[in-house]
Design a protein around this ligand. Structure first.
Ligand SMILES: Nc1nc2c(ncn2[C@@H]2O[C@H](COP(=O)(O)OP(=O)(O)O)[C@@H](O)[C@H]2O)c(=O)[nH]1
Ligand SMILES: [Mg+2]
Length: 386
């Protein structure tokens, strides 16, 4: 076996060098970054070639067949490793590209506004500070620059409130024809606040709107999950049905046929449990007027939120509920998620108190919440009516 060391600027370049030198049968043993360069150890197994060249007898030929199988396994493994290395290489390049893009956005968002202290540049920095992505902040600034309707572009407070208006207008259309159905199911990763939010909504419907409420829980696996809801149900005198499959689910819906509102709790499954999502999707495919709401916690990272948004896409949720705003100062990340999904937000929650810590949202309130409090402008954090 020959082992050789290669230096290259990227994974692609390393692979090219190795192939040219050791041939396409080479195996990558290890790779690491050193002073900005990629150092790769690669090897080639010469045994097979030597065996082929030598005068092999019958028995040796038999051994060679076994050897060929092993060799083909090795080749498969090798190509998997190569793919993995390639992906890692691309990942590294993507990170670099992302950093370059971010710098470009800074230049677009700030320098093209002539001076760092210009009102629009300040708005750009403010949006980033509240969690709006650089890319989106930059797009908003560009739109503001080209928008002739801004009353006083030289005034920071006016520029900020124009940004808020722009956000409001961009999300308004997503609110049409959604949030009107009698039956609401809550989906999302575990621990995001589905059950607590459902209990808050049940209490609101009952005590403020005097509606007839029924609750169905599909969370039948987690110990204590159904009991958690039954306790809320007992306190509010709301019936709670348990359903573990489509048959039981439809039975429960029929039992609640004359209820004004039906709220459905679901278990939160972690990544890799896509069959559970398919099962939920099948249950929700019913003639009853049902809407699904994705529940996302503001304490999750932006990546986790985007991951959940993509995973739950199969359920075709119609709105997003953001929870735990009391534990996060980055309300701007709401904008990143809704700008990406085009889904409306009818509720946010900001505390553990049932039913107090639930706020109803509309495009104007949400835009205010996203832009958030600003020390300099004196704009205040939204305090939505319940
Ligand atoms: N701080 C805070 N905690 C919350 C909020 N909503 C839910 N929680 C807490 O988050 C935890 C998980 O909530 P739960 O409703 O059981 O989540 P589920 O697994 O999605 O049903 C519980 O301890 C809740 O009290 C909120 O708005 N703010
Ligand atoms: Mg729950």
């Amino acid at each position: 076996m020959q082992i050789k060391r290669y230096e290259a600027r990227s994974a692609n370049e390393a692979i090219k060098k190795i192939k040219a030198d050791l041939g396409s049968d080479a195996i990558v043993l290890s790779s690491k970054r050193l002073n900005g360069k990629l150092e790769v150890l690669a090897a080639r197994d010469d045994t097979y070639e030597n065996l082929q060249q030598s005068d092999v007898g019958k028995d040796e030929k038999k051994g060679l067949d076994t050897f060929s199988i092993i060799r083909s396994d090795i080749n498969e493994l090798k190509s998997l490793i190569m793919d993995f290395k390639k992906e890692r290489g691309i990942h590294g390049e993507l990170t670099e590209l992302k950093e370059t893009m971010n710098t470009l956005f800074d230049i677009l968002g700030v320098q093209r506004n002539e001076r760092v202290s210009s009102p629009l540049s300040k708005v750009y920095y403010h949006l980033i500070s509240v969690g709006v992505s650089k890319e989106r902040a930059c797009a908003l600034i560009e739109k503001l620059k080209n928008d002739g309707s801004m009353v006083e572009p030289e005034n920071y407070y006016h520029a900020l409130s124009a940004a808020e208006d722009m956000i409001k207008n961009s999300i308004a259309s997503s609110y049409r024809n959604v949030g009107k159905k009698r039956i609401s199911a809550f989906v999302g990763p575990a621990g995001e606040g589905k059950t607590t939010t459902l209990a808050k909504l049940a209490a609101r419907c009952l005590f403020e709107k005097n509606l007839n409420v029924g609750i169905i829980t599909m969370d039948t696996h987690r110990i204590g999950a159904a009991e958690q809801l039954k306790t809320y149900g007992d306190i509010m005198d709301i019936p709670v049905e348990i359903a573990s499959d489509k048959k039981e689910f439809e039975k429960a819906l029929n039992r609640f046929a004359n209820r004004d509102v039906i709220l459905i709790d679901t278990p939160g499954k972690s990544r890799g449990n896509e069959s559970y999502l398919l099962k939920l999707k099948k249950c929700f495919a019913t003639d009853f007027p049902l809407e699904t709401h994705l529940v996302l916690s503001m304490t999750s990272s932006q990546e986790s939120m985007m991951d959940a948004v993509a995973r739950f896409d199969i359920i075709d949720y119609s709105s997003i509920i953001f929870t735990k705003l009391d534990d996060s100062s980055k309300s701007g990340s709401i904008y990143n998620v809704i700008d990406h999904t085009g889904k409306p937000v009818f509720y946010i929650t900001d505390g553990q108190n049932v039913p107090r810590d639930l706020k109803k949202m509309d495009p104007a309130k949400l835009a205010k919440l996203i832009v958030g409090q600003d020390q300099e402008s004196g704009l205040t954090q939204v305090s939505p009516d319940s």
